[in-house]
Design a protein around this ligand. Structure first.
Ligand code: DMJ
Length: 673
């Protein structure tokens, strides 16, 4: 038995007390338990009638009083309560698998605190509670909106289910304001402007963010569909014969392992997102969730794993909003950190990610300049997202150190740097190709990423381009193509790697960001040359390296190819630059050139059973000598840039909001223009 009593009483001698006692026994009549609604109503009413008038008035007054208090307290406490509730949600939002990690800066936020900012002196500047990334609740696959382009593509094949999807997608779009879209990242303004601390000014709202939400997605066109088809064909080979391994060997229907980390799969994640390949993306995501393990006794190259794995995971996190990818990015980022434990702080080339040890190559204590200076975009972004400044600190230190080094030639850097002394080695050789290329690219891109404030980066970039003009630019014969050669101890060589074809795109990006217009002129001249490196070759595909003719010789083209250089690895650089050139000029010839290249890839490198292969001989159309290897960057970069090149939608990875890392993984610009 229990008794609940509520009494509002005065002293017993007076009659005007109120006493209400409810006892379950009273509810049980002689006839046993009777809890019918009617009975209860009657019983209450009887009790009410038994009360004196005064008692009834006091009860009514009390009810009225409580009601008024309730209304007042709701309006004054409601707001703080609401924010308290949000705050506690944020508090709880630790990253799964990473105890204690809280996302200090979710996707698309302003720049992180300067590494050396002493927050202790400014308590009000201590990191504020972050907002969670703007993702829908629920399993991550529900965050993905059905891609319109995909739907449209499928309707061409006449599946009615797909039409339903379209209708459903439209309904969703109307009822739910989109935060994430297949069109690249559609991120709501409040997500893009949340500062990590009150010290950091809110960046200007990206002008097109709201527009993007409202604009109809631009439908994909035939050429983009051809890219999707090529991707699916490549993916089929990878899935059938190399699933979860680093690279597909499409001819032998097997795979090769480099790091044993599913390199192709990770490199291709954001491409699938951008192309709208939802099913493939989901399947790959599952592999990342269940099978991607970094706790392995394996040596990985710091640069390659940073640009492909860390970069790929970060960009996929940004596009999908799925924290799984950030969790994995954080893990690989941490495992790569031992590389920076060197006497000079210039990182070693290799890290054993399982053991936590790092070392230079066996034959030298040098690292490659491009490698140690092309990991910054990724580590800086990782710091911004996690609030852990150690990543940014390590890579910024490298850049600052390289900035001060002697041994440059009008801004051009040698190819090697010693991890003990921190000095350049093998002085006197200058190239924009292998071992130096992305140093130049990352000077500009870091400057853009950081909101164009880091002047030393810009200075080094501008000086280097002047160095290129002064020492490395020449014109070929007979077509007078402008090309970038090499300098070795004062001797000019008319040799140009295909890798150098990143340069027109980078120059155009700089000009788009306000740098001098003659960078754009140079970009236009150089992209023509890069295109000719394809067009003048028998298969219409560029070799790895060309030599330009400096003198008119009867029957000779501009481009000469040495037997050792006539392979093609399905590299992206020319297509990458074509993409930038088309974005910034709108000149359709760039799309047409890219289309030719895609067709030639299909003609000479496509393997019927799935996948594409590198070839040994671009000069022999009847036997290009397939090499039996599909590099991960073919899916990560080449096909992605093709797809973007053929698109007329500038919001499909808007270049005022994103900067591509050197492996074509888009990362947000911290304070977008
Ligand atoms: C990619 O891994 C990157 O683009 C890198 O910067 C250069 N090499 C390959 C593509 O050619």
């Amino acid at each position: 038995m229990y008794s609940a009593a509520a009494a509002a009483a005065a002293s017993p001698p007076r009659r005007d007390f109120i006493s209400v006692t409810l006892s379950p026994e009273e509810a049980v009549g002689a006839g046993g338990y009777n809890n019918s609604k009617a009975w209860r109503r009657r019983s209450c009413w009887r009790k009410w009638k038994q009360l004196s008038r005064l008692q009834r008035s006091v009860i009514l007054f009390l009810f009225a009083f409580l009601a008024v208090c309730g209304v007042i307290s709701y309006t004054s406490v409601g707001e703080p309560w609401k924010s308290l509730t949000n705050k506690s949600l944020d508090d709880q939002r630790t990253e799964p698998g990473i105890p204690g990690l809280k996302l200090a800066n979710p996707a698309v936020l302003p720049a992180p605190q300067k590494a050396d900012a002493n927050l202790g002196d400014y308590p009000e500047l201590s990191p504020t509670l972050p907002k969670p990334p703007h993702v829908r609740r629920g399993p991550s696959n529900l965050q993905i909106k059905p891609p319109r382009r995909d739907v449209r593509l499928k309707t061409r094949h006449g599946t009615s289910r797909v039409v339903e999807e379209l209708v459903q997608a439209d309904k969703e779009e109307k009822t739910e304001k989109s935060v994430i879209s297949w069109r690249g990242a559609v991120i709501e303004p409040d997500q893009s402007t949340e500062p990590p601390s009150s010290k950091i000014k809110e960046p200007e709202k990206p002008s097109s963010v709201e527009d993007v939400d409202q604009k109809e997605p631009v439908p994909i066109n035939e050429r983009q569909m051809a890219v999707i088809e090529a991707f699916r064909h490549a993916w089929k080979g990878y899935k059938d014969f190399a699933w979860g391994h680093d690279e597909l060997k499409p001819l032998s229907k097997s795979y090769s392992e480099w790091f044993g980390l599913g390199l192709t799969l990770i490199d291709a994640l954001d491409t699938m997102w951008i192309l709208g390949l939802k099913e493939e993306f989901e399947e790959a995501r599952k592999w990342v969730a269940n099978d991607l393990v970094f706790d392995k006794n394996v040596d990985v190259n710091l640069f390659e794993s940073t640009i492909r794995i860390l970069g790929g995971l970060l960009s996929t996190y940004h596009l999908s909003g799925d924290s799984l990818f950030l969790e994995k990015a954080k893990e690989i980022g941490n495992r790569l950190m031992p590389a920076f434990k060197t006497p000079s702080k210039i990182p070693y080339s290799d890290v054993n990610i399982g053991r936590g040890t790092a070392h230079p190559p066996r034959w030298t204590s040098d690292s490659t300049v491009a490698e140690v200076t092309s990991i910054q975009l990724e580590f800086r972004e990782l710091s911004r997202l996690t609030g852990d400044e150690k990543f940014q600190k390590a890579v910024d230190e490298v850049m600052k150190h390289v900035h001060t080094l002697s041994g440059k030639n009008d801004g051009l850097v040698p190819m090697f740097i010693n991890t003990n002394s921190g000095q350049f080695t093998h002085l006197g050789v200058y190239t924009l190709g292998a071992r130096a290329d992305s140093y130049y690219e990352y000077l500009l891109k870091q400057w853009i990423q950081g909101g164009k404030k880091e002047n030393e980066l810009l200075e080094d970039y501008m000086r280097a381009i002047e160095g290129v003009k002064k020492h490395l630019l020449k014109r070929s014969q007979p077509k007078k193509l402008t090309f970038v050669g090499e300098l070795a101890h004062g001797h000019f060589s008319a040799k140009m790697d295909h890798l150098v074809c990143f340069l027109p795109g980078t120059l155009a990006l700089g000009a788009h960001n306000g740098l001098t217009a003659d960078h754009m002129k140079l970009a236009e001249a150089l992209i023509e040359t890069c295109y000719q490196m394809y067009a003048q070759v028998e298969t219409g595909l560029s070799p790895e390296i060309v030599h330009f003719n400096l003198h008119v010789q009867k029957g000779h083209k501009d481009v000469e190819i040495k037997p050792a250089d006539r392979h093609n690895l399905l590299r992206p650089e020319t297509v990458e630059s074509l993409f930038y050139m088309y974005r910034f000029t709108g000149d359709k010839k760039y799309q047409d050139w890219g289309w030719e290249i895609l067709q030639n890839f299909n003609k000479y490198t496509r393997v019927p059973t799935g996948g594409y292969t590198s070839i040994n001989n671009v000069q022999n159309p009847s036997n290009p000598e397939p090499r039996d290897k599909m590099e991960s960057f073919f899916l990560g970069e080449t096909l992605k840039y093709m797809f973007l090149l053929f698109s007329d939608d500038i919001d499909l990875i808007n270049l005022d909001k994103y900067v591509f890392n050197t492996e074509a993984h888009p990362l947000p610009i911290w304070a977008p223009a």
